[in-house]
Design a protein around this ligand. Structure first.
Ligand code: NAP
Length: 471
């Protein structure tokens, strides 16, 4: 007998927690998993939530448990598994039902899956879910894209299980096709940049100012009371404070300095490059993780060139805080600019203010600044955050600090690829007369690509001298 409000396929870390979250919010959820024993385990361990959960290891029986029109969340490993699940599920669904991929899909896959279902009457939603395991269990940020009509089937449940900011759900419909997964991809790109800039500032404290992890933790704790107030700054202080049980050392000092990546940061940089939008700080963060992975080469490089001197930084902590704020604004400006361009290209009409709103709670990049960003974007259509009045003021106040820190890092031989690229982006963004007039001249010289003139309309070519050596 059909009785579940929503179905969920995939009882991995995220799926299991999302199902419990749904049940906890008073909705009945049916679950299915490829390995059927996980369904039994899930049902057996549901405790107080047992009245709201049901499930079956047989897909057809699972579907029969769902109220029509059916909403089925797929939370399995991204990539081919999603296509396999859709192929099995589709014959069991009817017009008006909706399939919801909640994994970290590449948005191009979402666009394809969306169009494959187009005309079948079965809706498709690609939703970005951020907040990790905790978020899935207690309230993630949910970025929805896909079929606008069938979104209504799942809207109530998805909004109910999402994080809340001042009572407002951090879940919103953002556009058709792959809009939701695209926004999640850029969210992750910004997350990479945010994390890398924090790591660079930690590097200045550790190597440039000789501070201990506990001292650094104290500074991040203080910063979390000011404009940098955010989940990532908060967890940074906890990571720096943790002590390794085995050695008694600060845990951060026994963790290997090689960062992993699953691909969403890279996708975000690739999308920026494909769209022709400058997102150098996000690209820098991806590259920083890549060079971190080359540990053997870095150790060899240190032997070749000598280790950077310690204790050479001159900046004070207030300047570091301001620099991080300026770098963060530049990184977000880039992320939002990528979304604005993608929106234009795909006809999504992405609401930048509402994207900032649903990032205010639940997700990894949640921060006080996002509330200000949502207000800034709600005032107008200008896509670049650097042109929004409140942020103009903040950048005017803080870019000097970013400049000081980047210069200090250069002289102290400390790498700061993201802070450095954030500064370069800002300086380029506000440089009315750039230097690519020379580039255009060079392009015309070797490839007759032509150039424009300030004083006349049209395309021009110059007859450059030939550099072919006389025979
Ligand atoms: P996962 O390891 O990515 O996926 C585990 C689930 O996928 C299991 O239920 C597994 O079933 C199922 N699965 C794998 N291959 C399958 C196939 N060919 N056919 C059917 N089912 C298959 O677990 P996860 O960490 O919960 O992630 C789920 C999704 O959420 C991913 O897209 C991930 O990128 C995304 N995500 C994860 C996080 C996070 O913090 N972990 C955060 C946001 C988003 P079996 O039990 O049968 O193996």
């Amino acid at each position: 007998m059909a009785q579940a409000d929503i179905g969920l396929i995939g009882l991995g870390v995220m799926g299991e927690n999302l199902a419990l979250n749904i049940a906890d919010n008073g909705y009945k959820v049916a679950v299915y998993n490829r390995t059927a024993s996980k369904v039994d385990e899930f049902l057996a361990n549901a405790g107080d939530l047992a009245p709201n959960v049901m499930g079956d290891g047989d897909l057809a029986k699972f579907v029969s448990m769902l109220k029509a029109p059916r909403s089925v969340i797929i939370m399995v490993k991204a990539g081919d598994p999603v296509d396999h699940v859709i192929a099995e599920l589709r014959p069991l669904l009817e017009k008006g039902d909706v399939i919801i991929d909640a994994g970290n899909a590449n948005y191009h896959d979402t666009v394809r899956r969306f169009s494959e279902l187009d005309g079948t009457g079965i809706g498709y939603l690609g939703i970005g879910v951020s907040g990790g395991e905790e978020g899935a269990r207690h309230g993630p940020s949910i970025m929805v894209g896909g079929s606008p009509k069938e979104w209504q089937n799942a809207e109530e449940v998805l909004k109910a299980i999402s994080a809340k900011f001042n009572g407002e759900p951090c879940c919103d419909y953002l556009g058709t096709g792959g809009a939701g997964h695209f926004v999640k991809t850029i969210h992750n790109g910004i997350e990479y940049a945010d994390m890398q800039m924090i790591a660079e500032v930690y590097g200045v404290m550790r190597d440039g100012l000789g501070m201990s992890p506990a001292e650094c933790a104290e500074v991040f704790r203080e910063w979390n009371q000011g404009p940098l107030d955010s989940y990532l700054i908060e967890i940074t202080s906890h990571v720096l404070d943790a002590v390794d049980e085995k050695t008694g050392k600060p845990l951060v000092e026994v963790i290997v300095d090689q960062a992993g990546q699953k691909g969403t940061g890279r996708w975000s940089a690739i999308e920026a490059l494909s769209l022709g939008v400058s997102a150098t700080t996000i690209e820098g963060a991806v590259a920083a993780r890549s060079i971190s992975a080359m540990r053997e080469e870095r150790i060899a490089g240190e032997k070749l060139y000598g280790a950077a001197p310690k204790g050479k930084a001159k900046v004070d902590l207030k300047t570091l805080e301001q620099a991080l704020l300026a770098g963060k604004i530049a990184a977000y400006a880039q992320g939002f600019a990528v979304m604005a361009k993608a929106s234009e290209e795909n006809g999504w009409n992405l609401p930048l203010d509402r994207i900032a709103k649903i990032w205010r709670a639940g997700c990894i990049i949640r921060s006080r600044l996002l509330d200000q960003m949502s207000q800034a974007f709600s005032h107008g259509t200008a896509a670049n955050l650097l042109t929004q009045p409140d942020f103009v003021e903040m950048m005017k106040d803080s870019h000097g600090a970013l400049r000081q820190v980047v210069a200090d890092c250069a002289m102290a031989e400390l790498p700061a690829p993201c802070l450095g690229s954030a500064l370069a982006y800002f300086d380029a963004y506000r440089q009315g007369r750039g230097t690519t007039n020379l580039t255009q001249g060079q392009r015309d010289f070797f490839g007759a690509h032509g150039f424009k003139r300030f004083d006349e309309e049209g395309d021009f070519h110059h007859e450059w001298p030939s550099l072919v050596a006389p025979q």
